[in-house]
Design a protein around this ligand. Sequence first.
Ligand code: C5P
Length: 223
Amino acid sequence: MQNKRKNILKIAIDSPAAAGAGTLAKAISKHYNLFYLDTGKIYRMIAYLKIKYPKKFNQKFLKKKIKTLNVEELKKKALLSNQVGNEASIISKTKSIRKLVFSFQKNFAYNPPRSYKGSCLDGRDITYNIVPDADLKFFITANLRTRALRRYKELKSLNKRISYIEVLKSIKKRDKSDFTRKISPLKKTKDSLLINTTNLTKKACFLKIKKIIDEKLILNGNL
Ligand code: C5P
């Protein structure tokens, strides 16, 4: 990794699929001027490449792709489909793939551009693998049905043809895989704060987390 920037605010978030972590992380990043990365998008990008270029898809091809990966590419709408999400949870179990994206994420977290006050990453292994020394760690969750309904509405708004039951089933399957896989499983670390968003509006979630971050900043003399 290149130089680590000193005195930056690092926020690490882990969460199961569709718990609202992305929306929250984005809002927090904007508010505190943090460089934001939805790490799931990297795995989705790899899954997308596997689906689109099955013949070319190998370690060499991926290495080149990750080396030149730019954050704008991760905003591609095609990455949001259920098929890509399901494939992402399969390819993310491969050690060599996780190894490939490790430094990209580390560098993003520890060396954000100077115009940012720090970084905020969300994913499955951020709190204990990518940013183990984060200033604040959150485990964001919501009950299965709520998450499935949120993801269903999101996919519908993108005009995807999918039923609620299909979404529910795939989230259930992804939970099982993400929580139980051997390599970098999703877990709540002891030092992460649990935020259950089931009965909270986006605004209420944001305010809850903002309060925690402000308290920490005051404690550190940064606010
Ligand atoms: O967050 P999202 O649902 O877009 O992530 C897609 C998949 O990528 C997850 O189900 C998970 O298997 C994988 N992932 C991961 N580690 C991360 C982020 C995502 O294994 N840090």
